[in-house]
Design a binder for this molecule. Structure first.
Ligand code: NAI
Ligand code: MG
Length: 338
């Protein structure tokens, strides 16, 4: 085990699905040397802090983390731990792959990778309220910003991914007809970057609302999508919905010095501790982490095992219409990847 990596089990179903994932990774000989750390309610309860300094130090050292879902503690002016981590480590790219694994749903054969700019746009939260004497005159103002540097960086990241992974087409999603500067800049820089890949990767442009409609009517026309923060947040939940929802949706937050991999779903307190949780989203995130360190071979083995268990043998947890629990699915997956 030669690659140091931070392991945050997290809250709710976090410890159950993380145990499942690390057992499966052990079977395939994944080279991660885990440094277990706390965050979320687990951090509050055992270290008095939802994001303890030791956890940040560990990620700074390893530059690599697998993170379970974190419950946001109720009350107080508490800032989202996910947002804090993105800013702290400059995690500029949010990567959300969507692939049909369970056939027979509304959409078969979906295979889309969405890249969302993770630091700028309206999520910079530059907001203020302009009070007025009479309430109807009160007004909320929000400013977003985009920099040429970040637009180039996220679009280039998407094109490089496309090239490395044998993808054919990248679609730039924007609203430059209305937000002429905020997303116009993204389109302008995106076109410049796309030119560097001419003849190798096809480039497309879509206005975000039309893109949302087409993702539902004809999602197969999409291959790689790259877009700004707000649009990417919404469209990536849409694409997760195309393939069976949150239990199947992994995500990665990538920066130049660190990368954090996670399931898209939360801590699912309603089913925690009952052996009901689906570990697949976190397992797929671990697969992305293997790709990130250059071990495509291990990710391929993982994907083949998942396909066998879920598609062929139809061993599925309840959220996928099956009957098995976390432990039984884990045992089947361990056998399939061995
Ligand atoms: P949730 O994603 O935890 O649960 C929504 C529904 O999906 C629940 O019915 C749950 O049982 C089900 N579900 C989620 N993951 C599942 C899995 N792996 N297998 C089977 N069923 C699953 O969202 P919710 O309830 O809104 O949030 C719960 C807590 O999680 C909150 O404290 C929230 O702040 C936090 N959260 C954390 C995230 C993160 O750390 N990345 C992301 C989203 C929410
Ligand atoms: Mg979201």
């Amino acid at each position: 085990k030669t690659i140091p990596a931070t392991l945050i089990a997290g809250d709710g179903i976090g410890p159950e699905i993380m145990a499942s994932v690390t057992e499966i990774l052990d079977v395939i000989g994944a080279p991660f040397d885990w440094d277990p750390q706390r965050a979320g309610m687990d951090g509050v309860e055992h270290a008095g802090n939802p994001l303890p300094a030791e956890t940040l130090t560990s990620i700074r050292r390893t530059g690599l983390a697998l993170k379970g879902p974190l419950t946001t503690p109720v009350g107080g002016g508490f800032k989202s731990i996910n947002v804090t981590l993105r800013q702290e480590f400059g995690l500029y790219a949010n990567v959300r792959p969507t692939r049909t694994i369970v056939p027979g749903g509304r959409f078969d054969d979906i295979d889309i990778v969405l890249f969302r700019e993770n630091l700028e746009g309206y999520y910079a939260a530059l907001e203020h309220y302009v009070p007025a004497d009479g309430d109807p005159q009160g007004m909320a103002i929000s400013s977003g910003y985009t920099t040429r540097k970040e637009c180039q960086r996220i679009v280039r990241y998407a094109f490089e991914y496309a090239l490395k992974n044998g993808r054919k087409k990248v679609t730039l999603v924007h609203k430059a007809n209305i937000l002429k500067l905020l997303t116009g800049l993204f389109l302008e820089e995106g076109r410049k970057v796309a030119k560097e890949y001419e003849g190798r990767i096809e480039v497309n442009e879509r206005i975000v609302d039309a893109c949302a409609m087409q993702l539902v009517t004809n999602p197969w026309q999409y291959d790689v999508i790259v877009t700004t923060n707000l649009f990417g947040d919404i469209l990536s939940d849409l694409t997760a919905g195309l393939v069976g929802g949150l239990g199947m949706a992994p995500g990665a937050n990538i920066g130049s010095d660190a990368a954090i991999f996670e399931a898209v779903h939360g801590s699912a307190p309603d089913i925690a501790g009952q052996d009901l949780a689906n570990p697949l989203a976190l397992l797929l995130a671990a697969g992305m982490m293997l790709q990130h360190i250059g071990r495509q071979d291990l990710d391929t083995r993982l994907q083949a095992g998942i396909d066998k268990v879920i598609k062929t043998d139809k061993v599925r947890t309840r959220d996928l219409g099956g009957t098995v629990g976390t432990r039984e699915l884990t045992a089947a997956l361990k056998q399939a990847v061995a």
